[in-house]
Design a protein around this ligand. Sequence first.
Ligand code: C2E
Ligand code: MG
Ligand code: MG
Length: 533
Amino acid sequence: MALTRQKSLHVTGILLLGLALGSGVGFLGGLYAAQQAAQFVLRDFATHLVHQADDADSQFMTVVHTFDHIGPDFCSDAELTAMRTLMYRSSAVKDIGRILDGKLACSAVGGRQKDLPAMKPPAMVSTLGTSVYTPIHLLIAPGETGTIVGMRSVDIVLSPTLFEGLRREGMDFMVLMVNTRTRQMVRIAGDNIPVQPEWVFGQQHLRTGNALLFVRCSVRNSVCIVTRESDSLIREHSQALVTSLTLLGALLGSGVALAVIFAVTLRRSLPQQLRRAIRKGQLTLVYQPIVDLATSRCVGFETLVRWRDRDGLPVAPTIFVAIAEERGFIHELTHWVIRQAFSEMGAILRQRSELEISINVSPSDLTGSVLLERLDMCAVLEEVRPEQIALEITERSTADLASASRAIHELHARGYRVHIDDFGTGFSSLSYLHELTVDAIKIDRSFTRTAGTDSITATILPQILFIANSLNLQVIVEGVETEAQVEFLRARGHAMRVQGWRLGRPLPAHLAIRYLDQQDEEFFGAPRPRLVQ
Ligand code: C2E
Ligand code: MG
Ligand code: MG
């Protein structure tokens, strides 16, 4: 009771942690994404404004190139008309003026002027030599102030609405004329945004107070643009994004937590389930035919264990055998397999004295004498000759050569046969097969798969076959799946046994026995008569 409560507390804890971590990461991710989006929007806004400034600059330069010469038609009616025509065509220009001796002599809108005072010095001269006068009380619109930019004998009044058409809701901007050499800057349009020269000349994203700024300068003229969006607005714009990413994070976090809980529970419970299943005999055995290649007759079966977990899902033997090995109860599993195999196949083994059954054993089964005792007990009870039983030991079992040879020696002494399983994948080498005195090697299916292909390992199978033959070792080739593989092996010309889907899938005991009968019918025209048991 207390344990269940503790367990559910753990589960709730992991879930809450996943939820909190997930939403935290989602929230931070949302903030980051919102920041990136705001930076993108500010940069895009500034880029549009820079294009507009470049366009205005080229209109200004057209005016300069057209009128910047002092000749006989200076401020003549013809020149004033030409100035008005050009002004009419330029969206950035509200008036064009002609300057002589530092005084305005005439302008497109105001006509010829007399006795005007000299113009004040410009607020600054840009890197490219443009003089900027701002703010200036305009002659053409008394009471209004504006910006005048000029070069030598020409100046223009900039349209105050030049950049206004590009304004974006909730964002400020400022257009600056700059001199990169003197590091001066003067606002010529837009809002008054307080900036430091190093920000402007550094051209970057920056955060000031509670707003985000972006600065971009034109590469064609001496104009820099500053755009700004306040944090509160960024938050407002990005609220939906942050909320959805937080929710997504929470969802993913709890998903991961659930997966962790599931995996942990499964890992914790599988060994317990397996142990219980072994004790209650809830596993099953299947038998895969082993066939003599020359005669195509079934000469034996490999015993393979099967288990379904409590949800009825099959668990791969590689997984649950490893669990039993890790948790130290493999001997219980092996014992169950031996008893079950003898009990299911005892009769057929008695009836067919040439038939062999292979049983897989794990490295730790080979230590001590328990395995031998259990085998002997079953063999005696079922009256089966030990020569009909082969123990498949993996190459891992032979890592400790001395104890492997001792175990093999004892098994041989009682008459059991020993096969090395999955040969070629582990530690053993052909040279010390001599010392181990095993009866057969089972060549791993990874080599069979490459037989007859141009893979590098394809050459290994014929070599193993050749050496095994010269050592007088029986060979069983595993994983034979296709007729082409059968043909390839036949072409080697060695005696060998084969096992694999092409020859027969693993079958429950009664079907394995029927398989033998069917073979008898094929070969002799009738099943072998059953002995009375
Ligand atoms: P193994 O001893 O090498 O058994 C052969 C495996 O190859 C079996 O997989 C079998 O179903 C599979 N097989 C047979 N023919 C073909 C084929 O043509 N193509 C392919 N791709 N596979 C084929 P299974 O039954 O999943 O067993 C996997 C491993 O689990 C076995 O490999 C063995 O190491 C272990 N195992 C199975 N039963 C027992 C057992 O009772 N005790 C112990 N200790 N280990 C067992
Ligand atoms: Mg095996
Ligand atoms: Mg094998």
